[in-house]
Design a protein around this ligand. Structure first.
Ligand SMILES: [Cu+2]
Length: 305
């Protein structure tokens, strides 16, 4: 009996000695991907989201590893060795207080950082044009997007028919949203039928597009030129999966050229016949379009239901 105890103690010591090594290996392998799987952002607001994600994952890893250590420690050290009951206690007040206070502190810290970053990411200024912020009016419809460059009209929040716009859906030509690099931009979001969601994954932020209200989202700049895919992130009906678009981030000079070229023209993509045929009557309203350039571009997909 005595010999078994000695053997058990040395085995226990070996396990306890190996445990930190195992935990270190776990930490080292997760350090190969310090972002915990999150991609890099193309806006300062997105970078803040990424930072929040990494911080939350790191805190969760520390807590998780500590809990894992406690479980293994309790299993190894306090495993049943004989039929003798361990010392029975009703309450350990310091421990009770500790495991009430510690989760509260963890949740409070998570709330503090999350709320702070949310305020930063959703901050808007009421008069963007006068402050040099380029505004793009984004209209979502079943199933596509219209982008109007309101800054071209020079009026805050006033979409005018002559404003430059591009519209389309994945069923025909995916519409392209063109924005300048290193420039503050406001996205002014509204829908004319059901709830959609404006999502460009590289921004690490998305916002609902809700009928009857205008949601505004401002980014202080987009830091990298390139083409980024955007889509609708809210299940909105039959062709939801085709609500894709491209966002092209170009130099300021190219952006000005683009606006000049598009000015007064607009690109209008018709709703394809197969969508009209496949969709129950009444769910698509307005003028299905003829494929020609349209001056206002506002009737595309306007709801009659
Ligand atoms: Cu949608």
């Amino acid at each position: 009996m005595q010999q078994r105890r000695v053997g058990g103690v040395s085995r226990r010591r070996r396990i306890l000695r190996l445990l930190p090594l195992g935990l270190l290996t776990l930490l080292a392998t997760s350090a190969c991907d310090p972002s915990f799987g999150y991609q890099h952002a193309i806006t300062p607001q997105g970078a803040r989201m990424r930072h929040l994600w990494i911080g939350a994952c790191f805190a969760a890893s520390v807590v998780g590893l500590f809990v894992l250590f406690l479980i293994i420690w309790a299993v190894v050290v306090y495993r049943k060795r004989d039929d003798e009951l361990p010392k029975q206690i009703a309450l350990n007040l310091p421990i009770e207080i500790l495991y009430t206070v510690v989760p509260f502190v963890v949740v409070a810290a998570l709330f503090f950082y999350t709320a702070g970053d949310e305020v930063y990411a959703t901050k808007t200024t009421p008069t963007p044009t006068t402050q040099g912020i380029d505004t793009v009016d984004v209209e979502a419809f079943q199933w596509g997007w219209t982008f109007r460059y309101i800054s071209a009209s020079g009026q805050d929040g006033v979409p005018v028919d002559s404003a430059v716009f591009a519209t389309g859906s994945s069923n025909t030509t995916e519409p392209t949203l063109v924005v300048p690099v290193d420039t503050p931009i406001q996205f002014q979001l509204h829908s004319n039928n059901v709830i959609h969601d404006f999502d460009i994954p590289e921004m690490l932020f998305k916002m609902d597009v809700i009928p009857g209200r205008t949601n505004k989202w401002q980014v202080s700049e987009i830091t990298r030129t390139g083409t980024y895919e955007g889509h609708c992130a809210e299940l909105c009906g039959y062709d939801h999966a085709r609500m894709n678009f491209d966002m092209k981030v170009v130099s300021k000079a190219d952006y000005t050229t683009y606006l000049q070229q598009m000015s007064g023209q607009g690109r209008y993509e018709p709703i394809p016949q197969w969508v009209i045929a496949a969709t129950p009557a009444g769910s698509i309203g307005g003028d299905p379009g003829t494929g020609t350039t349209k001056a206002s571009g506002t009737s595309y997909g306007s709801s009659t239901s």
